[in-house]
Design a protein around this ligand. Structure first.
Ligand code: 4AZ
Length: 434
């Protein structure tokens, strides 16, 4: 401002033609600059507006719950067991029916909008009720009703049209939208799956885990202090080690926290009940298993999920890869981390583990060894009760062991010893119904 003033005064006192011309040019240039900067400001404002709109609304998903009865399929309890052949066969048929990718009815722009489809089944008078949770991303925040109508119409037409081998009763079709936490809870109920693919795999003596990498891991805390690990096996049950409760058995003394960091839990629950194996006798290591009943169920999220329990007959092959996780000390009598640690170890068969130089016959059939005979990677103090998991060929994670005991940590010939989950599979069912 101050810089421009003398210039204007000088122009007023010198009415020469060339001066006037240059004055006009200057005015034009100045006007041009003003117009240009106004246009630029408008463009910037529109861009910011669009970014804000898409961040705020563009990615806001819509969730719908649909259900309908299938008259020609008798209900089978295996339909409740994801990964059973029966569940997968039925899923295939239903997916081809409610699928938005292959439909002629589907408007092109809807095809790219479905982000998730989750199916589960219940029964009515012995017949199957199909439930599907659909998650759509949409930019039509202001047009939710139109979007709702379109999806409902498409689904209704699908169920009234060719339904393949499924004999659908269209009169039972129900369509509703559901709240995000409820929908996310349903979408995340599948066991043994995680939403993230961890970056890198440089596990040596245990490394920091990532958020959502081991979503079934819980911390058992006594007076807010981490004491043991535990594994989420349903929305209200955890499995852990019996020896965690030697000094404190009262559920009121315990809390459970979930999330990567002990200092910043994503969810917390109090404990309603602790069921310790009736044949666990401290200081023996046999039957080192307990189940913990939460005072209220957790809502599954992409970072809090359950691990799958293996069938009692399942065999985890020796030398296969398994991962142990926990907030235990980084070495014997060492410090505890705030961030969850993971360690890749291998299953060691009981015969090798009972060798004289290893554990000399004290490993019983209800125990499972994992680690390396050369040491290096192992569970340690504070990891007790936590999970030892194994991924199947489809990348579904199953609970193979519960951190139980070992001679110090990561010593040569002293691998970690775990409670063998398959050995106690029926005991878990008898206490939890799972
Ligand atoms: C413990 O004290 C503990 N190296 C857990 C596991 C192992 C050793 C000690 C295995 O909680």
């Amino acid at each position: 401002m101050a810089k421009g003033e003398p210039q204007r005064r000088e122009q007023a006192w010198t009415p020469l033609p060339n001066r006037t011309e240059s004055n006009t040019k200057m005015k034009l240039t100045r006007n041009g600059k003003i117009i240009l900067s106004t246009v630029m400001m408008v463009i910037v404002a529109i861009t910011i507006g669009l970014i804000v709109y898409f961040v705020a609304f563009g990615s806001t998903p819509f969730y719908y719950h649909i259900s309908f009865k299938v008259n020609n399929i008798d209900y089978n309890s295996k339909f409740e067991k994801p990964y059973s052949q029966e569940y997968m066969d039925l899923n295939k048929k239903v997916v081809s029916l409610v699928n938005f990718y292959e439909s002629k009815l589907t408007h092109q722009h809807l095809k790219n909008k479905i982000i998730f489809l989750f199916l589960f089944y219940s029964q009515l008078k012995g017949k199957v009720i199909v439930h599907a949770v659909l998650k759509f991303k949409s930019c039509y925040k202001n047009n939710a009703a139109k979007f709702w109508d379109r999806i409902e119409t498409i689904l209704r037409q699908k169920l009234e049209g060719k339904t393949g081998s499924l004999c659908v009763d269209p009169s039972t079709f129900k369509f509703s939208d559901i709240e995000m936490p409820v929908a996310e809870n349903l979408l995340n109920t599948c066991c043994g799956q995680r939403t993230i693919t961890p970056s890198g795999n440089k596990i040596a003596g245990g490394t920091d885990a990532e958020e959502g990498e081991w979503p079934w891991q819980a911390s058992l805390q006594q007076d807010k202090v981490h004491r043991c690990g535990a594994t989420l096996i349903s929305n209200s049950w955890l499995v852990t080690a019996a020896h965690c409760f030697v000094r404190a058995k009262d559920p009121k003394q315990w809390n459970v926290s979930f999330g990567l960091l002990l200092s910043d839990p994503q969810m917390q629950r109090s404990v309603k009940d602790i069921i310790i194996h009736e044949n666990y006798h401290y200081p023996e290591h046999n039957n080192d298993i307990a189940v913990v009943h939460l005072s209220s169920p957790i809502l599954y999220t992409s970072n809090i999920r359950r691990a799958c329990l293996p069938e009692a007959t399942y065999i985890f092959p020796s030398n296969s890869d398994v991962v142990v996780t926990g907030w235990g000390t980084l070495k014997s009598d060492g410090t505890s981390p705030n961030i969850l640690q993971k360690g890749l170890v291998k299953i060691i068969d009981n015969k090798t583990c009972n060798n004289k130089e290893v554990y000399d016959g004290v490993v019983t059939p209800g125990m499972l060894c994992a680690g390396f005979l050369e040491g290096q990677v192992d569970a340690c103090q504070g990891d007790s009760g936590g999970p030892l998991v194994s991924a199947d060929s489809k990348g579904i994670w199953f609970l193979a062991g519960i951190v139980s005991w070992g001679d110090e940590c990561a010593l040569p010939n002293k691998p970690g010893v775990y409670t063998r989950v398959t050995f106690y599979r029926d005991w878990i069912t008898s206490k939890t119904g799972l």
